[in-house]
Write a protein that binds this ligand. Structure first.
Ligand code: GLU
Length: 494
């Protein structure tokens, strides 16, 4: 038998933001499709019209695109990026446009006796839940309308009585889901509710719409969040009712906080857009999420998408949930920030330097000075703020080295000032060269590096910790460096 072409899909509901956990699913979709030379479809699941958010699909596509995740089929942005198009032979790819297909499938299920009309009112369902809760029973539909004769149900529907359609699920025995990550998972049918598949407004719910579309679009692998695992028996029921070949199901474990609670909105940001807005780079997010709960080796943390796709293996994904380790994300962001071309990096951090500082060359030098030290572009504001202050406050950090006297600091700083004045302008951008020149001057005086460089570094920064004095001199330039040393001397002689 010829092997089937691998087809995966991302099936977001257009809610207005992309959940970070869903992004991980789309990354795995992309890696798998790439590895198998298959197709990656983007289908928009918009059957819940009450949750419709304008522009959500466009912004979803833009976010995916920033991450370098480009499905080759289904909904996508037009050339100018302004509107949506649909491409491929299995459309429409916007689920609400498939309403008639879903209804036809529901009708077939009714005809096969695998589904039934339910006329129960919301009040009855609410009451039923309260009674079950009070009696400490499992909550769920009691199956009242299962017993209605289909011909009578049809008459009532034609007479205009409001109704929904439910699956007529088995009430005894068990069902085993074969999950690519967890292996076999067995559920008792009696604990599974007769799921509504068509709502009163005629729209299919996720359970029917997604499965019908996955079948019609010839999806071979359904990768989705673990929250859907308990619904998988209902989905298998639909596939089996129609005699369709089951796809591979892979339920991805949740992303967890370090305390192993579910990563949720309340505990921090869960939207991809908010991470991007904070300055996390797409390539860092990609690398980080791809390795959340899976790593092809314990020796390597940095991977490109091209390196990962041949190594990807659903069965290696950790079953027990993936800790969202922000420190690791920060570390990766620092790594990828350093790989960016200088101009690109500078343009990212410029907005975080004082707008009223008009010396752009100076700002550029400050940007470059902190390049390797940043996890996020915005961190430069605090790290560099002393460099933009008109005057430094030397009262917090001692300008004198260890048990040295104040006079010694004055002596060192006075000398340092003259060395800076004599520095060769053409070599001012070269930290190494500057370091050599200053160290040679220190040596010629017979002083120690520590007792000279400490006062100099504090004079330039007024900080306990900062970049080295050589780096600071390069970033400040001659004039600003001399001004700082003068400020420190004035403070000392006061
Ligand atoms: N529309 C569903 C969601 O956004 C998709 C789940 C799936 O991938 O099947 O959660």
């Amino acid at each position: 038998m010829a092997t089937k072409r691998v087809r995966v899909r991302a099936a977001p509901s257009p809610t207005g933001y992309m959940h970070i956990g869903n992004l991980r699913t789309y990354i795995y979709d992309m890696l798998l499709a790439k590895q198998k030379g298959g197709d990656f479809v983007l289908r928009i699941e918009d059957t819940d019209q009450s949750r419709f958010v304008p522009d959500a699909t466009e912004s979803f596509c833009r976010t995916l695109k920033r991450l370098g995740i480009i499905p080759n089929e289904g909904v996508w942005l037009s050339e100018d990026g302004k509107s949506l198009t649909q491409r491929g032979n299995f459309g429409p790819y916007i689920q609400s446009e498939r309403k008639a297909k879903h209804q036809a499938y529901a009708q077939q299920l009714l005809d096969m006796g695998k589904a039934y009309y339910c006329f129960c009112t919301q009040e009855r369902l609410d009451q039923m839940r309260l009674t079950q809760e009070a009696a400490h029973q499992p909550t769920g539909y009691d199956g009242l309308c299962r017993k209605i004769d289909p011909a009578e149900a049809k008459r009532r529907v034609e007479g205009g009585e409001p109704s929904v359609i439910r699956l007529k699920l088995p009430k005894e025995g068990s069902v085993t889901v074969n999950d690519a990550i967890r292996g076999k998972v067995t559920f008792d049918w009696k604990l599974i509710d007769d799921q509504v598949i068509i709502k009163q407004d005629g729209m299919a719910t996720y359970h029917l719409a997604a499965m019908a579309d996955d079948h019609d679009m010839e999806i071979t692998h359904i990768l989705r969040g673990e929250e859907w695992l308990s619904s998988a028996p209902k989905h298998m029921f639909i596939y089996e009712a129609f005699g369709w070949e089951l796809p591979v199901f892979a339920h991805l474990p949740l992303l967890l906080n370090p305390d192993r609670t579910k990563l949720s909105k309340r505990q921090g940001d869960v939207s991809v857009e908010s991470y991007l807005d904070k300055g996390y780079l797409p390539e860092a997010l990609f690398n980080f999420l791809a390795l959340c709960g899976w790593n092809p080796s314990d020796k390597q943390e940095i991977y490109t998408p091209d390196e990962l796709s041949p190594l990807f293996d659903l069965s290696k994904i950790n079953k027990s949930g993936a800790i969202f380790n922000l420190e690791k994300l920060n570390w990766l962001n620092n790594h990828y920030l350093r790989l960016r071309p200088m101009e690109n990096y500078v343009s990212m951090v410029m907005p975080f330097l004082p707008a009223d500082e008009k010396d752009l060359d100076f700002k550029r030098r400050v940007a470059v000075l902190f390049w390797e030290r940043l996890n996020l572009p915005s961190e430069i504001t605090n790290l560099s703020s002393f460099m933009f202050q008109a005057n430094l406050d030397y009262s917090k950090v001692s300008l004198t080295w260890k048990d040295h006297a104040k006079d010694e600091a004055i002596e060192r700083l006075t000398a340092a000032k003259s060395w800076i004045e004599q520095l060769d302008d053409s070599k001012m951008a070269d930290v190494k060269n500057l370091e050599e020149q200053i160290k040679a001057s220190i040596q010629s005086k017979g002083w120690g590096n520590g007792d000279t460089l400490w006062p100099l570094r504090v004079a330039l920064s007024a900080q306990d910790k900062s970049p080295s004095p050589f780096e600071l001199i390069v970033a400040y330039g001659k004039e600003r460096s001399i001004k700082r040393v003068d400020e420190a001397l004035a403070y000392l002689v006061k």
